[in-house]
Ligand binder design. Structure first.
Ligand code: FAD
Ligand code: NAP
Length: 334
Protein backbone atom coordinates (compact mmCIF):
# COMPACT_ATOMS: atom_id res chain seq x y z
CA UNK A 1 0.00 0.00 0.00
CA UNK A 2 1.18 3.55 -0.78
CA UNK A 3 0.57 6.44 1.62
CA UNK A 4 -0.89 9.68 0.25
CA UNK A 5 0.12 11.70 3.34
CA UNK A 6 2.75 13.70 1.44
CA UNK A 7 0.38 14.33 -1.45
CA UNK A 8 -2.42 16.21 0.31
CA UNK A 9 -2.15 19.47 2.24
CA UNK A 10 -4.59 18.26 4.93
CA UNK A 11 -1.78 15.73 5.66
CA UNK A 12 -4.30 12.89 5.93
CA UNK A 13 -2.68 9.49 6.10
CA UNK A 14 -4.96 7.72 3.63
CA UNK A 15 -3.60 5.07 1.29
CA UNK A 16 -3.97 3.79 -2.23
CA UNK A 17 -3.00 0.52 -3.93
CA UNK A 18 -0.94 2.02 -6.75
CA UNK A 19 0.70 5.42 -7.17
CA UNK A 20 2.64 6.76 -10.15
CA UNK A 21 4.28 10.15 -10.63
CA UNK A 22 3.57 11.35 -14.18
CA UNK A 23 6.34 13.55 -15.61
CA UNK A 24 5.31 13.83 -19.26
CA UNK A 25 2.52 13.02 -21.73
CA UNK A 26 4.29 9.90 -23.08
CA UNK A 27 4.43 8.37 -19.62
CA UNK A 28 0.72 9.07 -19.23
CA UNK A 29 -0.07 7.47 -22.60
CA UNK A 30 2.02 4.43 -21.66
CA UNK A 31 0.12 4.11 -18.38
CA UNK A 32 -3.20 4.32 -20.27
CA UNK A 33 -2.20 1.76 -22.91
CA UNK A 34 -0.99 -0.67 -20.24
CA UNK A 35 -4.52 -0.92 -18.82
CA UNK A 36 -7.46 -2.84 -20.14
CA UNK A 37 -9.73 -0.38 -18.39
CA UNK A 38 -8.30 2.78 -16.83
CA UNK A 39 -9.46 3.46 -13.29
CA UNK A 40 -7.50 6.30 -11.72
CA UNK A 41 -7.62 9.63 -9.92
CA UNK A 42 -5.29 12.58 -10.47
CA UNK A 43 -3.60 14.60 -7.73
CA UNK A 44 -1.68 17.81 -8.33
CA UNK A 45 -0.53 19.08 -4.94
CA UNK A 46 -3.61 17.84 -3.10
CA UNK A 47 -4.47 21.33 -1.82
CA UNK A 48 -8.16 21.05 -2.64
CA UNK A 49 -8.69 17.53 -1.43
CA UNK A 50 -10.06 15.69 1.59
CA UNK A 51 -9.27 11.98 1.73
CA UNK A 52 -11.81 10.26 3.94
CA UNK A 53 -10.89 6.69 3.10
CA UNK A 54 -8.52 4.39 1.22
CA UNK A 55 -8.48 5.08 -2.53
CA UNK A 56 -9.25 1.94 -4.55
CA UNK A 57 -8.34 3.45 -7.93
CA UNK A 58 -4.75 4.07 -9.09
CA UNK A 59 -3.47 7.52 -8.13
CA UNK A 60 -1.49 9.56 -10.67
CA UNK A 61 0.54 12.45 -9.26
CA UNK A 62 0.84 15.14 -11.90
CA UNK A 63 4.31 16.57 -12.39
CA UNK A 64 4.20 17.47 -16.11
CA UNK A 65 6.54 20.47 -16.38
CA UNK A 66 7.64 23.18 -18.76
CA UNK A 67 6.90 26.80 -19.47
CA UNK A 68 7.31 28.56 -22.81
CA UNK A 69 6.12 31.60 -24.71
CA UNK A 70 4.30 30.34 -27.80
CA UNK A 71 3.11 33.60 -29.35
CA UNK A 72 3.10 37.34 -28.76
CA UNK A 73 1.87 40.58 -30.23
CA UNK A 74 2.44 44.16 -29.12
CA UNK A 75 0.06 43.87 -26.09
CA UNK A 76 -0.15 40.18 -25.21
CA UNK A 77 2.02 37.13 -24.58
CA UNK A 78 0.60 33.58 -24.80
CA UNK A 79 2.35 31.26 -22.33
CA UNK A 80 2.06 27.45 -22.37
CA UNK A 81 2.62 25.77 -19.01
CA UNK A 82 2.92 22.10 -18.14
CA UNK A 83 0.00 21.24 -15.86
CA UNK A 84 2.24 19.93 -13.07
CA UNK A 85 4.03 23.25 -12.58
CA UNK A 86 3.33 25.05 -9.30
CA UNK A 87 0.82 27.90 -9.77
CA UNK A 88 2.64 30.43 -7.58
CA UNK A 89 5.95 29.75 -9.38
CA UNK A 90 4.12 30.61 -12.60
CA UNK A 91 2.91 33.88 -11.01
CA UNK A 92 6.52 34.68 -9.99
CA UNK A 93 7.71 33.88 -13.52
CA UNK A 94 5.10 36.26 -14.95
CA UNK A 95 6.19 39.02 -12.55
CA UNK A 96 9.87 38.52 -13.43
CA UNK A 97 8.94 38.89 -17.08
CA UNK A 98 6.77 41.98 -16.44
CA UNK A 99 3.63 40.17 -17.54
CA UNK A 100 0.37 41.14 -15.86
CA UNK A 101 -2.98 39.49 -15.21
CA UNK A 102 -2.31 36.92 -12.46
CA UNK A 103 -0.71 39.02 -9.70
CA UNK A 104 -3.97 39.01 -7.67
CA UNK A 105 -3.73 35.19 -7.70
CA UNK A 106 -0.34 35.14 -5.94
CA UNK A 107 0.38 32.41 -3.38
CA UNK A 108 -2.55 30.14 -4.24
CA UNK A 109 -1.26 26.61 -3.57
CA UNK A 110 -1.48 23.87 -6.16
CA UNK A 111 -0.63 23.06 -9.75
CA UNK A 112 -1.42 24.92 -12.97
CA UNK A 113 -3.47 21.95 -14.21
CA UNK A 114 -5.86 22.18 -11.27
CA UNK A 115 -6.42 25.93 -11.76
CA UNK A 116 -9.06 25.51 -14.50
CA UNK A 117 -10.73 22.68 -12.56
CA UNK A 118 -12.33 25.06 -10.09
CA UNK A 119 -11.52 28.28 -11.95
CA UNK A 120 -9.31 29.43 -9.07
CA UNK A 121 -9.97 32.91 -7.84
CA UNK A 122 -8.98 35.35 -5.14
CA UNK A 123 -8.81 39.05 -4.36
CA UNK A 124 -11.12 40.12 -7.17
CA UNK A 125 -9.62 37.97 -9.95
CA UNK A 126 -10.24 34.55 -11.51
CA UNK A 127 -8.03 32.49 -13.79
CA UNK A 128 -10.70 32.50 -16.52
CA UNK A 129 -9.97 36.14 -17.34
CA UNK A 130 -6.48 35.20 -18.62
CA UNK A 131 -7.26 31.65 -19.76
CA UNK A 132 -6.79 30.94 -23.48
CA UNK A 133 -7.11 27.15 -23.95
CA UNK A 134 -5.97 23.86 -22.48
CA UNK A 135 -4.86 20.46 -23.70
CA UNK A 136 -6.13 17.29 -22.11
CA UNK A 137 -5.94 13.55 -22.61
CA UNK A 138 -9.07 11.46 -22.28
CA UNK A 139 -8.24 8.76 -19.75
CA UNK A 140 -10.48 6.08 -21.26
CA UNK A 141 -9.05 6.37 -24.79
CA UNK A 142 -5.71 8.22 -24.62
CA UNK A 143 -7.09 10.69 -27.19
CA UNK A 144 -5.80 14.27 -27.07
CA UNK A 145 -8.20 17.21 -26.99
CA UNK A 146 -7.89 21.00 -27.01
CA UNK A 147 -10.55 22.92 -25.11
CA UNK A 148 -11.19 26.62 -25.62
CA UNK A 149 -12.45 28.87 -22.86
CA UNK A 150 -16.13 28.50 -23.87
CA UNK A 151 -15.82 24.67 -23.72
CA UNK A 152 -14.68 24.80 -20.09
CA UNK A 153 -17.88 26.45 -18.75
CA UNK A 154 -16.08 28.42 -16.08
CA UNK A 155 -18.19 29.72 -13.25
CA UNK A 156 -17.68 30.68 -9.60
CA UNK A 157 -15.21 27.95 -8.44
CA UNK A 158 -16.64 25.66 -11.12
CA UNK A 159 -15.89 24.27 -14.55
CA UNK A 160 -17.11 21.43 -16.74
CA UNK A 161 -14.18 19.34 -15.43
CA UNK A 162 -15.65 19.44 -11.91
CA UNK A 163 -19.11 18.51 -13.21
CA UNK A 164 -20.20 16.73 -16.45
CA UNK A 165 -16.62 15.74 -17.33
CA UNK A 166 -15.54 14.88 -13.79
CA UNK A 167 -12.74 12.27 -13.86
CA UNK A 168 -12.79 12.02 -17.67
CA UNK A 169 -9.75 14.07 -18.70
CA UNK A 170 -6.15 14.53 -17.57
CA UNK A 171 -5.28 18.21 -18.18
CA UNK A 172 -1.72 18.25 -19.53
CA UNK A 173 -1.02 21.86 -20.62
CA UNK A 174 -2.68 25.22 -20.12
CA UNK A 175 -2.19 28.34 -22.21
CA UNK A 176 -2.66 31.73 -20.57
CA UNK A 177 -2.77 35.14 -22.19
CA UNK A 178 -0.78 37.66 -20.16
CA UNK A 179 -0.48 41.43 -20.60
CA UNK A 180 2.63 43.39 -21.47
CA UNK A 181 2.99 46.80 -19.82
CA UNK A 182 1.18 49.12 -19.32
CA UNK A 183 -0.79 46.86 -16.99
CA UNK A 184 -4.33 47.16 -15.71
CA UNK A 185 -4.14 47.19 -11.92
CA UNK A 186 -7.05 45.45 -10.15
CA UNK A 187 -7.63 46.92 -6.68
CA UNK A 188 -11.37 46.12 -6.60
CA UNK A 189 -10.92 43.95 -3.49
CA UNK A 190 -10.91 46.55 -0.69
CA UNK A 191 -8.21 45.06 1.51
CA UNK A 192 -5.60 45.37 -1.28
CA UNK A 193 -6.17 49.11 -1.42
CA UNK A 194 -5.98 49.28 2.41
CA UNK A 195 -2.56 47.61 2.46
CA UNK A 196 -1.21 49.70 -0.41
CA UNK A 197 -2.35 52.86 1.43
CA UNK A 198 -0.70 51.60 4.61
CA UNK A 199 2.53 51.16 2.59
CA UNK A 200 2.12 54.67 1.06
CA UNK A 201 1.97 53.26 -2.46
CA UNK A 202 -0.25 55.55 -4.51
CA UNK A 203 0.62 54.32 -7.98
CA UNK A 204 0.98 50.53 -7.57
CA UNK A 205 2.42 48.18 -10.18
CA UNK A 206 1.84 44.43 -10.52
CA UNK A 207 4.71 43.67 -8.10
CA UNK A 208 3.09 45.86 -5.41
CA UNK A 209 -0.27 44.15 -5.86
CA UNK A 210 1.38 40.72 -5.64
CA UNK A 211 3.27 41.75 -2.47
CA UNK A 212 0.05 43.09 -0.92
CA UNK A 213 -1.81 39.85 -1.68
CA UNK A 214 1.07 37.74 -0.30
CA UNK A 215 1.14 39.88 2.84
CA UNK A 216 -2.62 39.56 3.42
CA UNK A 217 -2.61 35.82 2.75
CA UNK A 218 0.32 35.16 5.09
CA UNK A 219 -1.34 37.11 7.89
CA UNK A 220 -4.74 35.46 7.53
CA UNK A 221 -4.38 31.92 6.23
CA UNK A 222 -2.65 28.89 7.75
CA UNK A 223 0.41 27.68 5.84
CA UNK A 224 -0.22 24.01 5.01
CA UNK A 225 3.48 23.33 5.67
CA UNK A 226 2.74 23.86 9.36
CA UNK A 227 -1.04 23.33 9.76
CA UNK A 228 -2.83 20.86 7.52
CA UNK A 229 -5.71 22.44 5.58
CA UNK A 230 -7.24 22.73 2.11
CA UNK A 231 -8.11 26.43 2.13
CA UNK A 232 -11.78 27.38 2.13
CA UNK A 233 -13.70 24.24 2.91
CA UNK A 234 -17.04 25.52 1.58
CA UNK A 235 -17.98 27.79 -1.29
CA UNK A 236 -19.45 31.18 -0.45
CA UNK A 237 -23.21 30.68 -0.87
CA UNK A 238 -24.97 32.70 -3.56
CA UNK A 239 -28.52 33.51 -2.50
CA UNK A 240 -31.44 35.48 -3.89
CA UNK A 241 -31.66 39.12 -2.77
CA UNK A 242 -34.90 38.40 -0.86
CA UNK A 243 -33.01 35.87 1.34
CA UNK A 244 -30.56 38.64 2.17
CA UNK A 245 -33.41 40.99 3.10
CA UNK A 246 -34.83 38.41 5.53
CA UNK A 247 -31.35 37.85 7.03
CA UNK A 248 -30.80 41.58 7.41
CA UNK A 249 -33.85 41.94 9.64
CA UNK A 250 -32.04 39.81 12.27
CA UNK A 251 -28.42 40.54 11.28
CA UNK A 252 -28.20 44.09 9.87
CA UNK A 253 -24.42 43.73 9.55
CA UNK A 254 -24.44 40.66 7.25
CA UNK A 255 -21.67 41.19 4.65
CA UNK A 256 -22.74 40.63 1.06
CA UNK A 257 -21.45 41.17 -2.46
CA UNK A 258 -23.69 41.50 -5.53
CA UNK A 259 -23.31 38.76 -8.14
CA UNK A 260 -25.91 40.22 -10.52
CA UNK A 261 -29.12 42.24 -10.10
CA UNK A 262 -30.90 39.30 -8.39
CA UNK A 263 -28.27 37.36 -6.49
CA UNK A 264 -25.74 38.14 -3.77
CA UNK A 265 -22.77 36.27 -2.34
CA UNK A 266 -22.60 35.89 1.44
CA UNK A 267 -19.20 34.96 2.95
CA UNK A 268 -19.44 31.40 4.28
CA UNK A 269 -16.78 32.34 6.86
CA UNK A 270 -19.15 34.91 8.38
CA UNK A 271 -22.02 32.38 8.61
CA UNK A 272 -19.71 29.85 10.29
CA UNK A 273 -18.27 32.41 12.68
CA UNK A 274 -21.76 33.64 13.65
CA UNK A 275 -22.68 30.02 14.34
CA UNK A 276 -19.94 30.00 16.99
CA UNK A 277 -17.39 27.90 15.17
CA UNK A 278 -14.37 30.20 14.67
CA UNK A 279 -11.24 28.74 16.27
CA UNK A 280 -13.14 25.78 17.77
CA UNK A 281 -11.42 22.43 18.13
CA UNK A 282 -13.16 19.04 18.05
CA UNK A 283 -10.70 16.24 18.69
CA UNK A 284 -7.89 16.65 16.19
CA UNK A 285 -9.83 18.87 13.80
CA UNK A 286 -11.02 22.45 14.06
CA UNK A 287 -11.57 25.76 12.31
CA UNK A 288 -8.75 28.26 11.89
CA UNK A 289 -8.59 31.09 14.42
CA UNK A 290 -8.28 33.83 11.78
CA UNK A 291 -10.71 32.43 9.21
CA UNK A 292 -13.53 30.09 10.23
CA UNK A 293 -13.99 28.93 6.63
CA UNK A 294 -10.70 27.06 6.79
CA UNK A 295 -10.95 23.67 8.49
CA UNK A 296 -7.62 22.53 9.92
CA UNK A 297 -5.93 19.32 10.95
CA UNK A 298 -4.35 19.91 14.35
CA UNK A 299 -1.98 17.02 13.77
CA UNK A 300 -3.49 13.59 13.82
CA UNK A 301 -6.96 14.05 12.37
CA UNK A 302 -8.37 11.39 10.08
CA UNK A 303 -10.21 12.43 6.95
CA UNK A 304 -13.40 11.12 8.53
CA UNK A 305 -12.96 13.39 11.58
CA UNK A 306 -12.58 16.42 9.32
CA UNK A 307 -15.53 15.35 7.21
CA UNK A 308 -17.73 14.89 10.30
CA UNK A 309 -16.75 18.32 11.59
CA UNK A 310 -17.60 19.89 8.21
CA UNK A 311 -21.02 18.17 8.30
CA UNK A 312 -21.66 19.45 11.81
CA UNK A 313 -20.75 23.00 10.81
CA UNK A 314 -22.96 22.87 7.72
CA UNK A 315 -25.86 21.55 9.84
CA UNK A 316 -25.49 24.40 12.35
CA UNK A 317 -25.38 27.03 9.59
CA UNK A 318 -28.47 25.52 7.98
CA UNK A 319 -30.34 25.53 11.31
CA UNK A 320 -29.36 29.10 12.15
CA UNK A 321 -29.60 30.78 8.74
CA UNK A 322 -31.49 28.33 6.50
CA UNK A 323 -28.55 28.44 4.07
CA UNK A 324 -26.89 25.33 2.61
CA UNK A 325 -23.10 25.24 2.60
CA UNK A 326 -21.63 23.26 -0.29
CA UNK A 327 -18.06 21.94 -0.01
CA UNK A 328 -15.54 23.50 -2.35
CA UNK A 329 -12.98 20.85 -1.42
CA UNK A 330 -13.05 17.59 -3.42
CA UNK A 331 -14.00 14.78 -1.05
CA UNK A 332 -12.55 11.33 -1.95
CA UNK A 333 -13.70 8.63 -2.41
CA UNK A 334 -17.06 9.90 -3.53
P1 FAD B 1 -5.57 18.90 -6.18
O1 FAD B 1 -6.08 19.20 -4.83
O2 FAD B 1 -4.47 17.93 -6.30
O3 FAD B 1 -6.79 18.42 -7.09
C1 FAD B 1 -8.01 19.11 -7.08
C2 FAD B 1 -8.96 18.47 -8.10
O4 FAD B 1 -8.46 18.68 -9.41
C3 FAD B 1 -9.07 16.96 -7.96
O5 FAD B 1 -10.38 16.58 -8.32
C4 FAD B 1 -8.08 16.42 -8.97
O6 FAD B 1 -8.39 15.13 -9.44
C5 FAD B 1 -8.21 17.44 -10.08
N1 FAD B 1 -6.99 17.61 -10.86
C6 FAD B 1 -5.80 18.07 -10.41
N2 FAD B 1 -4.93 18.14 -11.42
C7 FAD B 1 -5.58 17.71 -12.52
C8 FAD B 1 -5.20 17.55 -13.89
N3 FAD B 1 -3.97 17.82 -14.33
N4 FAD B 1 -6.12 17.08 -14.76
C9 FAD B 1 -7.38 16.79 -14.35
N5 FAD B 1 -7.78 16.91 -13.07
C10 FAD B 1 -6.90 17.37 -12.18
N6 FAD B 1 -8.34 28.05 -4.28
C11 FAD B 1 -8.79 29.17 -4.90
O7 FAD B 1 -9.51 29.09 -5.91
N7 FAD B 1 -8.46 30.42 -4.43
C12 FAD B 1 -7.67 30.60 -3.35
O8 FAD B 1 -7.38 31.71 -2.98
C13 FAD B 1 -7.20 29.43 -2.66
N8 FAD B 1 -6.44 29.55 -1.54
C14 FAD B 1 -6.01 28.44 -0.90
C15 FAD B 1 -5.25 28.58 0.27
C16 FAD B 1 -4.78 27.47 0.94
C17 FAD B 1 -3.95 27.66 2.19
C18 FAD B 1 -5.06 26.18 0.44
C19 FAD B 1 -4.52 24.97 1.13
C20 FAD B 1 -5.85 26.02 -0.70
C21 FAD B 1 -6.34 27.14 -1.38
N9 FAD B 1 -7.12 27.04 -2.53
C22 FAD B 1 -7.57 28.16 -3.18
C23 FAD B 1 -7.50 25.70 -3.05
C24 FAD B 1 -6.42 25.11 -3.99
O9 FAD B 1 -5.19 25.74 -3.78
C25 FAD B 1 -6.79 25.23 -5.46
O10 FAD B 1 -8.04 24.63 -5.71
C26 FAD B 1 -5.75 24.58 -6.36
O11 FAD B 1 -6.02 24.89 -7.71
C27 FAD B 1 -5.65 23.06 -6.19
O12 FAD B 1 -4.50 22.61 -6.90
P2 FAD B 1 -3.91 21.16 -6.64
O13 FAD B 1 -2.88 20.93 -7.66
O14 FAD B 1 -3.48 21.06 -5.23
O15 FAD B 1 -5.19 20.27 -6.92
P1 NAP C 1 -12.36 37.81 3.09
O1 NAP C 1 -11.53 38.91 2.55
O2 NAP C 1 -12.52 37.63 4.57
O3 NAP C 1 -13.82 37.95 2.45
C1 NAP C 1 -14.79 36.93 2.66
C2 NAP C 1 -15.50 36.63 1.35
O4 NAP C 1 -16.17 37.79 0.92
C3 NAP C 1 -14.50 36.27 0.28
O5 NAP C 1 -14.45 34.90 0.16
C4 NAP C 1 -14.96 37.01 -0.97
O6 NAP C 1 -15.53 36.19 -1.96
C5 NAP C 1 -15.98 37.99 -0.46
N1 NAP C 1 -15.45 39.37 -0.69
C6 NAP C 1 -14.74 40.12 0.16
N2 NAP C 1 -14.45 41.33 -0.39
C7 NAP C 1 -14.99 41.29 -1.62
C8 NAP C 1 -15.05 42.23 -2.68
N3 NAP C 1 -14.50 43.45 -2.58
N4 NAP C 1 -15.66 41.88 -3.82
C9 NAP C 1 -16.23 40.65 -3.95
N5 NAP C 1 -16.20 39.73 -2.97
C10 NAP C 1 -15.62 40.04 -1.83
O7 NAP C 1 -11.89 36.42 2.46
P2 NAP C 1 -10.64 35.51 2.79
O8 NAP C 1 -11.11 34.21 3.29
O9 NAP C 1 -9.60 36.28 3.54
O10 NAP C 1 -10.08 35.25 1.32
C11 NAP C 1 -9.54 36.29 0.56
C12 NAP C 1 -9.58 35.92 -0.91
O11 NAP C 1 -8.79 34.75 -1.12
C13 NAP C 1 -10.97 35.58 -1.42
O12 NAP C 1 -11.10 36.02 -2.75
C14 NAP C 1 -11.03 34.08 -1.35
O13 NAP C 1 -11.86 33.52 -2.37
C15 NAP C 1 -9.59 33.68 -1.59
N6 NAP C 1 -9.26 32.46 -0.85
C16 NAP C 1 -9.75 31.31 -1.32
C17 NAP C 1 -9.47 30.11 -0.69
C18 NAP C 1 -9.96 28.81 -1.27
O14 NAP C 1 -9.54 27.77 -0.80
N7 NAP C 1 -10.82 28.84 -2.25
C19 NAP C 1 -8.70 30.10 0.46
C20 NAP C 1 -8.24 31.31 0.93
C21 NAP C 1 -8.53 32.49 0.27
P3 NAP C 1 -14.65 35.44 -3.07
O15 NAP C 1 -14.23 34.18 -2.44
O16 NAP C 1 -15.63 35.25 -4.16
O17 NAP C 1 -13.52 36.31 -3.47
Amino acid sequence: MESLKDYNTFRINAGCNYLEIIRDENQLLQYISSKEKVSCRIIGEGSNLLLVDHIQEDVLINRIGGISVIREDERTVWVEIGSGENWHQFVLWALENSLGGIENLSLIPGTVGAAPMQNIGAYGAEQESVFSYLEAIELATGKKYTFQKEDCRFDYRESIFKNEWKGRFYITRVVYRLDKPPHIINKSYGVIEDILNEWNITNPNIHDVSQAVIHIRQSKLPDPKFIGNSGSFFKNPIVHAHVLQILKSTYPDVPNYPVDDQYVKIPAGWLIEKSGWRGKKVGNAGTYKNQALVIVNHGKATGREIYNLAQEIARDVKNKFGIDLVPEVNIWPG
